[in-house]
Write a protein that binds this ligand. Structure first.
Ligand code: HEC
Ligand code: HEC
Length: 331
């Protein structure tokens, strides 16, 4: 009889245990041993000693308490941060630093989004780069030495699972020579998301004309938008800042001499560094310019307003008899 078993508690317990064990092995243990459960993107590069040292600092300082490192497949996240996170990106992450608290932005695609110089300044003084930031300062990491013995031990421990990470102490020592904890943290930050192309850059249409070129109100609005979004890197008057971002009022564009038309400015502000190459120019291989239009941070006419102001800065418009708007004349 089927009901019989329920009157034999010991037999029932034993059979239930066996059933659960078999279930666990089939659904958990067996897949765990299969290689296809541990995907690794072909583009994924192992941590260098400096990057791994930076990762240790990231863990030690509890950055995970304010930042996630995983982009969910939701339209809003993909629009803001780029392609959603793939399992194969995290093969070398032991443990994962996905996190669940987003006081600050997600960092899964942070690498290449901003120049190194920006990160040094931001870690030293977050409020200088983002006025309302509540991120603490990590400037004190500067000058603090790294321990090559510890980093080599960490690499070799990971090497038990990933032989390509194994490193001999002399090589690690050489790789860390002259570097401090802040260098390591920046190196780690700049490799985040390297295995996945952050965004699809659009193609530049150099024939686009600025519909707001002569619109005085747009020029004033453009100045304000520039101050809020761009000045931290490009300088208050778009004159550029040392080691962070180029001047936007000179005749160099993406590292090559010769200014480009408004369409190139639009493509760069819309699609960021990933929109390159523009007119064959490739600029800084490390990138560093966000896709303000593609990510929805700026609307089309806001981008054109900024370009209108930039052109005004350059004095092109003035040369054609176009006066500076009133608000601009005030000191
Ligand atoms: C108290 C919460 C908090 C802590 C702790 C914190 N951050 Fe942040 N972080 C923020 C906020 C808020 C922002 C957005 C404003 C800004 O750029 O400063 C931010 C921005 C950033 C950015 C720039 C992201 C971008 O693209 O705009 C990076 C990189 C970053 N944090 C890294 C770190 C690292 C590394 C640590 C640990 C050493 C850390 N943060 C600790 C809150 C935090
Ligand atoms: C995080 C720092 C940062 C911010 C903020 C930033 N940029 Fe950039 N920008 C860069 C860097 C770095 C480059 C060089 C990129 C390259 O070579 O790939 C660049 C390049 C450019 C270029 C190409 C021109 C040239 O001379 O190379 C334009 C145009 C531009 N930025 C406009 C803007 C505008 C407009 C804003 C504000 C909406 C802005 N940027 C905000 C860092 C920044």
């Amino acid at each position: 009889m089927a009901g019989e078993i329920y009157r034999k508690p010991i037999t029932l317990a034993l059979m239930a245990t066996v059933a659960i064990l078999v279930g666990s092995i089939v659904t958990m243990a067996y897949p765990m041993l299969r290689a296809d459960m541990h995907p690794k993107l072909e583009t994924l590069r192992p941590f260098t000693p400096l990057q791994l040292a930076g990762r240790d600092i990231y863990q030690r300082e509890g950055c995970v308490g304010c930042h996630t490192q995983t982009i969910r497949p939701l339209a809003s996240e993909v629009a803001r941060y780029g392609d959603y996170s793939k399992a194969g990106e995290f093969a070398y992450d032991h443990p994962f630093l996905w996190g669940s608290k987003r006081t600050g932005p997600d960092l899964a695609r942070e690498g290449g989004l901003r120049p190194d110089g920006w990160h040094y300044q931001h870690y030293a003084n977050p409020q200088q780069m983002a006025a309302k930031s509540n991120m603490p300062s990590y400037g004190w990491l500067k000058g603090r030495p790294l321990d090559p013995v510890e980093v080599a031990a960490h690499l070799n421990a990971l090497g038990m699972v990933h032989p390509e990470l194994k490193a001999d102490p002399a090589a690690v020592k050489a790789a860390l020579a002259g570097k401090d904890e802040l260098d390591a943290l920046v190196a780690y930050t700049q490799q985040l998301g390297h295995a996945v192309q952050r965004r699809q850059g659009g193609s530049a249409n150099l024939d686009l004309e600025n519909p707001l070129a002569r619109d005085t109100q747009a020029i004033v609005a453009g100045k304000k938008l520039f101050t809020e979004n761009c000045a931290a890197c490009h300088g208050d008057e778009a004159q550029g800042t040392d080691g962070v971002a180029p001047s936007l009022i000179d005749d160099v564009f993406l590292g090559a001499k010769g200014d480009l038309p408004d369409g190139a400015y639009f493509a760069m502000i819309d699609g960021g560094s990933d929109a390159k190459p523009i007119a064959g120019r490739t600029g800084d291989p490390g990138g560093g310019m966000d896709a303000y239009g593609k990510t929805g941070q700026l609307k089309k006419d806001e981008i054109w307003s900024i370009i209108a102001w930039l052109r005004n800065q350059k004095g092109h418009e003035a040369a054609e008899g176009h006066d500076m708007p009133e608000a601009e004349k005030k000191p």
